[in-house]
Design a protein around this ligand. Sequence first.
Ligand code: BG6
Length: 489
Amino acid sequence: MPNDCPNCCDMVLFGALGDLSRRKLIPALYQLERAQLIEPQSRIIAVAREDMPAAQITERVSDVLKQFVAENERDDDSMARFCKRFQYVCMDFSDNASYQSLQQCLEQKQHQRIFYLATPPALYATICKGLHDVGLTEEPTRVILEKPIGHNLSSSKDINEEVGRYFNESQIYRIDHYLGKETVLNLLALRFANSLFSNNWDHHAVDHIQITAAEQVGVEGRWSYYDDAGQLRDMVQNHLLQVLSLIAMEPPSRLDAESIRDEKLKVLKALRPINASNSQQMTVRGQYAKGFSGEKKVPGYLEEEGAKENSETETFVALKAHIDNWRWSGVPFYLRTGKRMPEKRSEVVITFKKQPHNIFHETLPDLPPNKLVIRLQPDEGVEVEMINKIPGLGKQMQLKATTLDLSFDETFKKRRIADAYERLLLEVMHGNQYLFVHRQEVEQAWNWIDGIIAAWETTDESPKPYPAGSWGPVASVSLLAQDGREWDE
Ligand code: BG6
């Protein structure tokens, strides 16, 4: 494809009027506009089924910005420039003629083409075939796929196969928005730019690792989608396993897609299977009952709007994972994620081993271990918990557990923390795949998750209820207590 502007692109948003586009994609693209990171001639082609006059798209985009971009981040110039980029193509995704209209629109410019499929995955095959039939899938075109990529290993293979018939792996960008979060990226910096940590990142130094992704919200009006998925599929299969892979992987030789994705894949392959023989000791699933969100009374999962009686879907998961390799032998990774927790908080806590001998036993008989706390969101930052002497002339040395706290807000004053989608969209425009998930990673993650789901299906136990506004069922505390540990709260 000859390109009349090498850095220009046409970003085609399938499902442009849907929830993801409105809440995340359009606001993220607008932020890139504001930061002047989009080439002046690049276009955004909004594609949806709604039959509306093409000119109306400007008004719709401007409404989205008013609703989803903070007032102090909206300026007239950027908004006007941004709205001007949009064109609207109404499409019936199953109709060939529709793809011809799209092709005509794209043919007006010879730009890098990017198709963002912000649609249900059930439509991916139809859309990719439609694009192929009008000659729109040739390299270097790129396609972005949203999660969920399947419901299990077999359906994810089907999706990957279908898309793979029309696009090569090097053209496919599978989104896991956690990989676009500043603090998740910072895991790479912490690990590989600081010898203090890289030299203490294995079973010799680390006692255990906790990864928490807690949300205060419930299912937010998407009961039926969520009920089909549950927290294990919705959060663990993708976001938590990606974070775990970044923490556990071997140092990649370069900061590029192939090196990083190869290392992450090795971690996923080394996860010890959880199956019917060990799932009782390794996993806890819960479902929220009525309770509180802050001060407000909220219904239980089964009383939410649109809920079906007797659903056994989990809204909380805690599990213990082992990575069977040299580095992590004997170091458990405890993962926990749930809806209707007391607060929104995602963090990684690395607990180091205790000192082998305590010379301060008279004043501090139980010398606490050092901890590295990486706050992914909100209040992004990094903390190191360590012991210090309390200043004073007392005969005995008084010690205190203290915290070195590096808050991003304080340290990088005035730096706005970009939303994950801003970073990810920019990387696709630049053709960098290192923050996107390879097909093998998705399938390997499903392989592990399928084992857990199959194990759950063999028991007649239901998810354990927990009151909304709590940290999950008591069994989650026991999961760590049986190993003499506790969740970091
Ligand atoms: C999405 C899940 O992938 O991630 C949602 O489908 C969840 O259920 C969301 O609420 C959490 O994302 P974040 O960035 O708010 O932690």
